[in-house]
Ligand binder design. Structure first.
Ligand SMILES: NC(=O)c1ccc[n+]([C@@H]2O[C@H](COP(=O)([O-])OP(=O)(O)OC[C@H]3O[C@@H](n4cnc5c(N)ncnc54)[C@H](OP(=O)(O)O)[C@@H]3O)[C@@H](O)[C@H]2O)c1
Length: 335
């Protein structure tokens, strides 16, 4: 597998990283543990050695399953990315900024954005335990926390680097101005942001900033949480507690359907699925270091991993671009 360097760090990653949000089950209608572990194993066996997770995914379950799945494997050949700064335990309810209510086994649990120094240190110790490891390759602030000075959060990550608990520090969902402020305290490796054929807003600001400042871009939700596989456009197989009932509603589904119909002949020519075509397009975009692809089971993980072997020519990229163009205005905003 050809590897890419994550920003200014020494971390080398494949163009595709395994994303473990859905296997946590929360917000995704649950998942079978056996399928989750098999998805991780299938990814590793196909050369997808980097894994992205977060304490919030399944309220610790995603990290725990990853910890279990990597036991007995060469840790130095795996890159673990996790996060901090989304807090759901009752004791923190007076701190940080309220974000949203999540469903935990039928109970509504308030989730806060909170990234004070003591919180960062505490969460890393918990993640190390759940992941059954003594270091994290990339630690990321999950969402900006406006109640904590950016410098305080960055100082906490700097300390963790010095202590050898994390190899590199990153952020997620940061704007250019937040990155500029953070860079006054710490040299960040990456920013993890949403990016897909249907959501290209980062092309106008974050991508140029990242290219100019040698910052890695980790693209999340490249298949728009399964929508760009095409399978949800014909019939809705979502469980009642799946957040995608609301998530998919932000898109003009008729336009998405016609886009995917227009891409089908290219997918057939390339002997690929629509998901693979979409993933490979994302991997080949300028400034994108690695693309996070979520998978609930081994079959999805295998299919996604194999997208790294696809190659889209410049003519094919131009063709995709021409099909996507009607979805955006001249400011690159989705219409
Ligand atoms: N930093 C953040 O704020 C943030 C936010 C979101 C995600 N992320 C990260 O990014 C990762 C990827 O994003 P995501 O999981 O939200 O969305 P995604 O990768 O766009 O979509 C993943 C979902 O699509 C479906 N799928 C996957 N492979 C498929 C295939 N080959 N064919 C058909 N369907 C397939 C699966 O769900 P079904 O089978 O149920 O349809 C899967 O759970 C996450 O796992 C997480 O690590 C980060």
């Amino acid at each position: 597998m050809k590897l890419r360097t994550l920003g200014s760090s020494s971390i080398k990653v494949p163009a595709l990283t395994y994303g473990s949000f859905a296997i946590g089950g929360t917000m995704w209608g649950g998942n079978e543990k056996k399928d989750s572990i098999q998805a991780i194993h299938a990814s590793l066996e196909e050369g997808i050695t980097s894994i992205d997770t977060a304490p919030f995914y399944g309220f610790g379950l995603s990290e725990e399953m990853i910890g279990e799945a990597i036991q007995g494997r060469d840790r130095s050949k795996i890159q673990l990315f996790t996060k901090f700064g989304l807090v759901w335990d009752g004791s923190n309810q007076q701190r940080g900024k309220f974000f949203f209510n999540a469903d935990q086994a039928g109970t509504s649990v308030p989730v806060y954005k909170y990234a004070a120094k003591a919180q960062v240190i505490k969460e890393v110790e918990e993640s190390l335990q759940r992941l059954q490891t003594d270091y994290i390759d990339l630690l990321q602030l999950h969402w900006p926390d406006s109640s904590t000075p950016i410098s305080e959060t960055m100082e906490a990550m700097e300390l963790l680097i010095q202590q050898g608990k994390i190899r590199a520090a990153g952020v997620s969902n940061y704007s250019v101005s937040q990155l500029e402020e953070a860079s006054r305290t710490l040299d960040l490796a990456s920013n993890q942001v949403s990016y897909s054929l249907l959501n290209r807003s980062i092309e106008s600001d974050l991508i140029p900033y990242a290219q100019h400042n040698n910052l890695g871009i980790i693209a999340y939700s490249p298949m728009e949480r399964g929508l760009l596989s095409g399978k949800y456009l014909n019939n809705n197989r979502l469980k009642p507690d799946d957040h995608r009932h609301g998530y998919f509603a932000q898109f003009d589904l008729e336009k998405v359907k016609s886009l995917l119909e227009n891409l089908t002949s290219l997918a057939l020519d390339k002997k690929s699925s629509l998901s693979q075509l979409v993933l490979r397009w994302t991997m080949q975009q300028p400034g994108i270091t690695t693309v996070l692809a979520g998978a609930r089971n081994a079959a999805q993980a295998l299919e996604n991993a194999q997208a790294t072997r696809l190659d889209l020519s410049s003519e094919e990229l131009t063709f995709i671009q021409s099909q996507v163009k009607p979805l955006y205005n001249s400011e690159n905003e989705a219409v």
